[in-house]
Design a protein around this ligand. Structure first.
Ligand SMILES: [Zn+2]
Length: 326
């Protein structure tokens, strides 16, 4: 993938390509930003560009070096990810050994550390020594959702490369272009911050199922509470979907927001626009305040589930929270 094909992230691309063009490549880069915003893809593109036999400031994706990196078998490129919960000192030592065997090849070496914030203190200190004593031109790319969580000494020795949430409209059209159903893509972009995360979410079978169940419940729970509760038990809480109960409430929030948008005649903003008939029937059964109360109830229920309240109890409270007023 060339830099041009990375969605958004203009600032990150500029920092990296300027380094390539001027020949001033840092010993360490800290890629920091939300999940699924293209950090790993950008790290691989940058790495390819560093080794590319055809281009100076980009990846050609065709030369031998680019292809070896793509397939994960370039001898001078290593990718480290957590083993279990953390990145352990042995992994960093192994990396150092790997690279020191190759001193005969004096060329550049690159290692990418995924979820770098999960390094143990020992691993981070070991890595720090490695950053401080580069025996050959070694470049580290540390990837994290929270750069501030890294050791300050690592932060200060690294060039920061900020990644920001990608534009929802851009993510949506890209998801659809890549074959995700539009119905799922439109919901996903309100839940994730980036394209990669969106692709991942849309590929989950449970996400499509949960969306269907939410729509059935959404049409019930305005009027028939006991049957909504029964349906939620049978279709969510007693099934594998139970572990994604927080997402059920996230989808409910979007559903209620659609009611408001319908009232305000903002049909272009409807997430569930394939359900226009149902939305048209339901939207005027509550006032705008009523729908806002429902959105709050959904947010509250999502928080409760994340705080380990049983999903069923959270759902009962959610139904109660939706009522009252008009
Ligand atoms: Zn190339």
């Amino acid at each position: 993938m060339s830099f041009e094909h990375i969605l958004g992230q203009e600032r990150a691309k500029k920092i990296l390509q300027n380094g390539l063009r001027s020949g001033k490549v840092s010993h360490a880069y800290l890629f920091s930003g939300p999940k699924g915003t293209g950090k790993l893809g950008t790290a691989l593109t940058f790495t390819k560009a560093l080794f590319c036999e055809q281009l100076q400031d980009d990846a050609c994706d065709e030369c031998l070096s680019c292809r070896k990196i793509e397939h994960g078998n370039h001898p001078d490129v290593q990718v480290i990810s957590p083993e279990g919960q953390s990145i352990k000192i042995d992994q960093i030592r192994e990396l150092q050994r790997e690279f020191s065997y190759r001193t005969h090849a004096a060329g550049r070496k690159v290692y990418i550390v995924e979820q770098a914030e999960s390094m143990t203190v020992q691993a981070a200190n070991s890595l720090l020594k490695f950053l401080e004593e580069p025996t050959s031109p070694i470049t580290a790319i540390l990837i994290t959702e929270n750069g501030q969580a890294m050791l300050p000494t690592i932060q200060s020795r690294s060039q920061w490369v900020p990644f920001t949430p990608q534009d929802p409209q851009m993510i949506c059209s890209e998801l659809i272009k890549q074959g995700c159903p539009a119905t799922l893509a439109r919901a996903a972009v309100h839940i994730v911050n980036g394209l990669d995360a969106g692709i991942q979410l849309c590929q989950q079978n449970w996400f499509a199922e949960l969306r269907n169940v939410m729509l059935q419940l959404g049409k019930e729970c305005g009027t028939r509470l006991p049957s909504a509760l029964l349906m939620a038990q049978q279709k969510v809480f007693k099934t594998e979907l139970a572990e994604h109960a927080d997402m059920l409430f996230r989808l409910f929030h979007l559903w209620f927001r659609d009611m408001l948008n319908y009232q305000y005649n903002r049909q272009d903003s409807l997430v569930f626009r394939d359900q226009l008939d149902a939305i048209g029937k339901l939207a005027w059964t509550k006032s705008a305040e009523g729908w806002i109360r429902c959105m709050d109830a959904a947010t509250e229920a999502q928080k409760r589930v994340r705080a380990n309240v049983s999903p069923q109890l959270a759902f009962e409270q959610f139904l109660v929270g939706m009522q009252g007023g008009t």
